[in-house]
Design a binder for this molecule. Sequence first.
Ligand code: SF4
Length: 456
Amino acid sequence: MSADLERLLNEPTCSVNRNKSKKDKMKKCAKPVPGAAAGGCAFDGAQIVLVPIADAAHLVHGPATCAGLSWGNRGTLNRHGDFHRLGFSTDVSETDIIFGGEEKVTKMCERIAEDYNPSAIFVYLTCVTAMTGEDIDTWCDRVRRKTGIPVIPVNSPGFIGSKNLGNKLAGDALAKYVIGTKEPENPTPHDINIIGEYNIAGELWQVEPLFRELGINLAGRITGNARYEDIASAHRSRLSVVSCSRALLSLARRLEEDYGIPWLEGSFYGMGQTGRTLIQIAEMLGDADLIERTEQLIMRKEEEMSEKLRPYIEKLHGKKVMVYTGGVKSWSVIHQLEELGMEVIGTSTRKSTDGDIERIERAFEGTDKVLMPKGDGRKILALMEENGADLLLAGGRNMYTAMKARIPFVDVNQERIRAFAGYDGMLVLAECLVNTLESPVFDLARSEDPWKEGAK
Ligand code: SF4
């Protein structure tokens, strides 16, 4: 595992690495430090990537408490059923720790195969079972041969690092054991992979109609709205699009090295970024007719949306917003808010990769906007007060910070129930922001206690 870890911590495609001096390159990326797993361990990160594969079973080899992680709260949606929402755990006991968990893992995999006949079984190594040296690679291989169902080991003990590292480990497992194991039934010259888009609240579904209209086929969804067999045949796609976060760049690079699939980084947050990503896809697929049709689609969509967004932009123009998303998508959300006429006063970089941070820095260059590597509720509120911010755009955990301070709050994190991607997502976001800012509840909450003397 340590060789894999070394490789994942030295991603050559990341522009931070590309721009390093020869001497700095020797140092590789920063290794996880104690505390890096707070707010989400590597195992959590691996589940974030893999559990959206709806027709696969996910067996957690560890204490039952690991299986009780936050994944169930994520708003990832899938049209291929909800089997993935069923949790399986070996629930290791003291006896398993002393005598080893091989029998338990093998029996559970066989039982899952018999009772549910899933497309595949992912087996996750967690802290305890990694420390006792469980050899899940060998056991998974044995069960695969016996049952005929792909059984994939995911070496993701939480203690080795953060969620981001877990995302990379999951990508590594897909590259090693899944992608390339099946041929697509009807390949087309416009098949693409989309990597790092998990269809939170249905965001992929806001973008899919655009691809359908252009005749671009989302063959490998890694992994929002995914089926195992689509990922298994993703090696025949003509292009990979890494959406928003750079944690899965390593997977895109592996696909390029192993199968010659070129890749690009894109984002579907905001009209500008959606348009740019679509045109880049068309250009990289090298089809002149597709490029022309894409340009026409972008023009039509932008015209339509400008009209629809006008009343919202009038209300949002000049409003100040603090972004605290947990880092992953901060840089793209910033552009989206600016397109709506809002002023972003600062953002967090918590859990962002080095590459994501570099992008935010570029967006903030020459301004006095604030980057917050770490921040608690008190710091966020102090910053908002100092800058006269009107609204906090953050993850669910900060909802209580906003409630206590009686300030308008919009939830944009993994638990959200509204989708903000593509052109349609812009309208949803604008509506959400205006409704929140105009909600009478904040005036009421800020008013004086009616029982106090002199209160109006
Ligand atoms: S894998 Fe380790 S850090 Fe993650 S939930 Fe389990 S015990 Fe905790």
